[in-house]
Design a protein around this ligand. Structure first.
Ligand SMILES: Nc1ncnc2c1ncn2[C@@H]1O[C@H](COP(=O)(O)OP(=O)(O)O)[C@@H](O)[C@H]1O
Ligand SMILES: [Mg+2]
Length: 380
C-alpha cells in the first residue's frame, strides 16, 4: 500500500473537506480538483484557512471529514511521509550545518538513491545556482536560500509540490523576480504546484487556476482572467483587483442585455455576465474600463452624468480619479496617460462611460464592500 501511495499520480482531488478546531470551522466543506501538471493558487486573506488546507494535503493535519485523492489513490489517511508530496514553507528551514549540495541530496539519500550527483546538479542548474553547491545556507541571500528550498523539494520529483507563502519574506522586487522564475521552473518540469498566497498579484502572475478563499470556503475558482473579468461575488470583485459596484434595479430585458436603472440612468448589463437572482443588482465596472470626459463631450455606450472629480492622482503610466456621483458614491477611474491630453482637475464636472460588454452584474444582496478592506498594497 505504501508504495502505491508514494507513486500515486494524477489530479489532486479534495472532496467535501472540513477541518474544525473545537467549535471553530477553519475549512468548510471544501471541494476542488487540481489538474495534474498545473499551477494552482489558493488565494485569500490571512486566516481564511489556506495553510490548514495545505497541511491537510501534506498529511500534517487530519480532516474532520471529507476525502482526498491523487488520481485514483485515496490518500485521506496516508501518513505524511508516504504521500507523493513535498512542501516549501516561508521559513525555508535548510539544514544549517550541511552544504547546499547535501541539503538538496538529503531526500535522495534518505530514499537510498546511490548516485545523487547527476540529479542534484540538474536541479541546481534549474534554479541557476550551481556555483553555490559547496556553500553553507548562511552564506546565501534570502532569495538564493528560497531557490535552494525549491530545488530540495523538486529533486524528489513529488507528484505534488506545496508552497506556503514561499516568497513572503522577500522584498518586493525579488519577490516579483522569483514569481517569474518559479513559474518557469514549474512549466519546465511539469510538476503540479499548489501555491498559497494572500497576494492577488502573485496569484495572477503565476497560476493557471486560482481558488479564492474566504472564511474557510471557496468563493470562486477559475483562470486569472476569468476571475478578473467575471467575478461572481463582491468579495472576489474587490479582493482580486478593484471594482466599482453600483446598486441598481433590473427594469427590463433587451435581447442579450438586462436594462438596469442606476439612480435614474438606464444602463445595459449583458445577461451572460450577470449573477443577479432577482431585480436587485450590483452593477460592476473595473476602474480601467471607465472613460472620463468633461460634461459637454459626446460619449457612447453606458453613460453616467453629473460626476465631480474629488481626487486626482497622477502616477506616470496612468491617472487615477475619484469621481463623486450625484447619489453620493465615489467611483474610481484609471486612465492610461497615452493621449497627450492633460489630466482633468479636481472639481471638474465630468461624465463617465463604458462599453456594456465590460459590465458584470452581482446579486443585489451582496455586500458591496466585502473584501475591499483586505486589499494587499504593493509595498506591504
Ligand atoms: N491548530 C489550530 N488550532 C486552532 N485554530 C487553528 C489552528 N490552526 C489554525 N487555526 C485557525 O484556523 C484559521 C485558519 O488558519 P490558517 O489556515 O493558518 O489561515 P491562513 O493560512 O489562510 O492565514 C485561523 O483562524 C486560525 O487561527
Ligand atoms: Mg497561512
Amino acid at each position: 500500500m505504501a508504495d502505491a501511495s508514494n507513486s500515486a499520480s494524477g489530479d489532486l482531488q479534495l472532496s467535501h473537506i472540513t477541518k474544525s478546531f473545537g467549535e471553530f470551522v477553519a475549512v468548510d466543506d471544501l471541494s476542488l480538483t487540481v489538474p495534474q501538471g498545473s499551477f494552482f493558487a489558493l488565494l485569500g486573506p490571512s486566516g481564511c484557512g489556506k495553510t490548514t488546507t495545505l497541511r491537510m494535503i501534506a498529511g500534517l493535519e487530519d480532516p474532520t471529514s471529507g476525502t482526498m485523492h491523487i488520481g485514483t489513490t485515496d490518500i485521506t489517511n496516508t501518513r505524511p511521509y508516504k504521500r507523493p508530496v513535498n512542501t516549501v514553507f516561508q521559513n525555508y528551514a535548510l539544514f544549517p550545518h550541511l552544504s547546499i549540495f547535501e541539503n538538496i541530496a538529503f531526500g535522495l539519500r534518505r530514499r537510498g538513491v546511490k548516485d545523487v550527483k547527476e540529479q542534484v546538479d540538474k536541479v541546481l542548474e534549474l534554479v541557476e545556482l550551481p556555483h553555490l553547491a559547496q556553500r553553507k545556507p548562511s552564506q546565501l541571500s534570502g532569495g538564493q536560500q528560497q531557490r535552494i528550498a525549491v530545488a530540495r523539494a523538486i529533486v524528489n520529483r513529488p507528484a505534488l509540490l506545496l508552497l506556503d507563502e514561499p516568497l513572503g519574506a522577500l522584498d518586493l522586487k525579488l519577490r516579483r523576480q522569483m514569481q517569474i522564475e518559479l513559474k518557469w521552473i514549474q512549466t519546465e518540469i511539469g510538476l503540479t504546484f499548489v501555491h498559497v498566497t494572500h497576494d492577488q498579484e502573485e496569484a495572477m502572475t503565476m497560476a493557471d487556476t486560482i481558488a479564492v478563499m474566504n472564511e474557510g470556503r471557496i468563493e470562486q475558482m477559475g483562470s486569472p482572467a476569468d476571475l478578473y473579468d467575471n467575478p461572481k461575488t463582491a468579495f472576489v470583485a474587490n479582493f482580486l483587483g478593484q471594482s466599482n459596484l453600483i446598486k441598481g434595479k433590473i427594469e427590463s430585458n433587451d435581447g442579450a442585455n438586462q436594462i438596469v436603472d442606476l439612480f435614474g440612468t438606464k444602463v445595459a448589463v449583458p445577461k451572460a455576465r450577470s449573477s443577479a437572482k432577482d431585480s436587485s443588482i450590483l452593477v460592476g465596472i473595473r476602474p480601467e474600463k471607465l472613460r472620463i470626459q468633461p460634461e459637454d463631450i459626446a460619449m457612447s455606450g453606458n453613460i453616467l452624468t453629473g460626476g465631480t472629480i474629488s481626487d486626482v492622482s497622477y502616477i506616470g503610466v496612468s491617472t487615477q480619479y475619484q469621481v463623486e456621483m450625484p447619489w453620493g458614491q465615489e467611483l474610481m477611474v484609471f486612465e492610461q496617460n497615452d493621449d497627450g491630453v492633460a489630466p482633468l482637475d479636481k472639481g471638474d464636472r465630468v461624465k463617465l462611460s463604458w462599453e456594456p460588454i465590460f459590465t458584470f452584474g452581482l446579486d443585489g444582496s451582496e455586500d458591496a464592500n466585502a473584501g475591499s478592506e483586505l486589499h494587499i498594497s504593493e509595498d506591504e
